[in-house]
Design a protein around this ligand. Structure first.
Ligand code: SF4
Ligand code: SF4
Length: 325
C-alpha cells in the first residue's frame, strides 16, 4: 500500500538519508523569489527569469500536484575541510563536486523511487522528478517537508546531518499525508555572514549571486570582474566557506557512499599541476562530474585566477622576512 510512511521506508532502502512530504500549496516562502530576481541577485542566470512563473509554485509545473516528496542525501566524506588546508597552492573545489555527478546518481535513485510508487499505487497518478535542474524551489519544499530549515547562508540544514546534502523532489498528484515544517534554528548566530569573503550574503537568507564565489566560478560566463578576483582566492569550482563555519556542520555524519568519495583527479589537487594540464586532460577530468557545468574554458579561467591569487598571496617565508626587517 502506498502511504507517506511506505514511501519514506522505500526511500531509505534506495540510499536516501532523509525523506519528507510537503504540501503543494501556497507556501509563503515561495513569494520572495520574484523580489530576489528584481533586485538583480540572479546575475546572468537568465534562465531563472524565464522560468520564474513556473518556479513560483509547483502547480505551475504539474497542475494536478497535491504533494511534493523531498529527499536528502548526505554527501559529506571523511576528507578535511578545505579551509583547514594551509597549502596556498591547493585548488579548492566545493565538496559536492568531488565525486560522481549528483544529477545522475540522485536522478537514478529518484527514478527508482517513482517507479516503485507507480507500481504500489492503487490508481495511476501524475508526477515529475527533479534533481536541481527543474523549475522548482526545492529548498522551500524541503523546509515544509521537515527535512530542514533554510539557514541564513541559504542552505537547507538538518539538525542531525547538517547541510552537506543533495535535495531531490518528486512532485505528484497523490494526496499524501504531509510532514510538519522544520523550524528555524539559526538563532542569533551570524557566523556565515561574517565568514563569507565576498559579502555575498547581503542579509540573513539573502544571497547576491553577483558576489558569490559559487556563481562566479560556475555560472558566470566570460571574465570574472576584476573587483571580485582577489576574494575568490584559490577556489576553482564553488565555495563551501559559509557551510564550513556553520555550527550545525561541526560533526556531520560521513557518507560511505562510493559515489561521493573524491575522484582521484580532484583529490587534493594543486594549482600548478592543473595549470599544466592540456585542454584534453581537463576535459577528461570533468567527465562524469558535476564540474562539467563550467566547461574546460570556464575551468581554465578559474585556474588562472586562482593561480594568480596564490602567487600574490603572502607566503610564510615572505611574511617572516617582512617581520624581521
Ligand atoms: S558560497 Fe562562499 S562566496 Fe558564496 S555566500 Fe557562501 S561563503 Fe560567500
Ligand atoms: S552559520 Fe549560523 S547563521 Fe549561518 S546558517 Fe549556520 S547556524 Fe545559521
Amino acid at each position: 500500500m502506498l502511504t507517506s510512511s511506505t514511501i519514506k521506508d522505500k526511500a531509505r532502502g534506495l540510499g536516501f538519508d532523509l525523506c519528507g512530504i510537503a504540501p503543494a500549496g501556497d507556501l509563503p516562502e515561495l513569494t520572495f523569489f520574484r523580489e530576489w530576481l528584481e533586485r538583480g541577485y540572479a546575475g546572468e542566470m537568465t534562465y531563472l527569469h524565464r522560468s520564474a512563473a513556473r518556479r513560483a509554485d509547483v502547480r505551475n509545473v504539474l497542475p494536478s500536484a497535491r504533494t511534493v516528496v523531498v529527499t536528502a542525501t548526505n554527501y559529506n566524506t571523511d576528507r578535511p575541510y578545505s579551509t583547514e588546508c594551509a597549502d596556498a597552492g591547493r585548488a579548492h573545489v566545493a565538496r559536492y563536486a568531488w565525486g560522481d555527478d549528483y544529477h545522475d546518481v540522485i536522478g537514478g535513485r529518484l527514478d527508482a523511487l517513482l517507479s516503485w510508487m507507480r507500481h504500489e499505487a492503487a490508481e495511476p497518478f501524475e508526477a515529475r522528478a527533479y534533481v536541481d535542474t527543474g523549475p522548482v524551489q526545492e529548498r522551500v519544499y524541503a523546509q515544509h517537508a521537515g527535512i530542514g530549515w533554510i539557514g541564513k547562508n541559504t542552505c537547507v540544514i538538518n539538525p542531525e546531518i547538517g547541510s552537506w546534502i543533495f535535495l531531490g523532489v518528486i512532485i505528484c498528484s497523490l494526496p499524501l499525508e504531509v510532514d510538519l515544517a522544520a523550524l528555524d534554528r539559526c538563532g542569533t548566530c551570524t557566523l556565515c555572514l561574517e565568514a563569507c569573503p565576498t559579502g555575498a550574503i547581503v542579509a540573513p537568507g539573502v544571497l547576491d549571486s553577483n558576489r558569490c564565489i559559487s556563481y562566479l566560478t560556475i555560472e558566470l560566463r566570460g571574465d570574472i570582474p576584476e573587483a571580485m578576483r582577489a576574494a575568490i582566492g584559490t577556489h576553482i569550482y564553488g565555495c563551501d566557506i559559509c557551510q564550513e563555519v556553520c555550527p550545525w556542520n561541526a560533526t556531520p555524519p560521513r557518507s560511505p557512499d562510493r559515489a561521493w568519495q573524491p575522484r582521484s583527479v580532484w583529490d587534493r589537487v594543486d594549482l600548478l599541476t592543473l595549470a599544466g594540464c592540456t585542454d584534453d586532460e581537463l576535459a577528461d577530468s570533468l567527465r562524469g562530474s558535476a564540474m562539467r557545468r563550467t566547461r574546460v574554458q570556464g575551468l581554465r579561467r578559474n585556474i588562472d585566477t586562482a593561480l594568480g591569487n596564490a602567487c600574490d598571496a603572502e607566503t610564510p617565508a615572505t611574511r617572516r622576512r617582512r617581520t624581521d626587517s
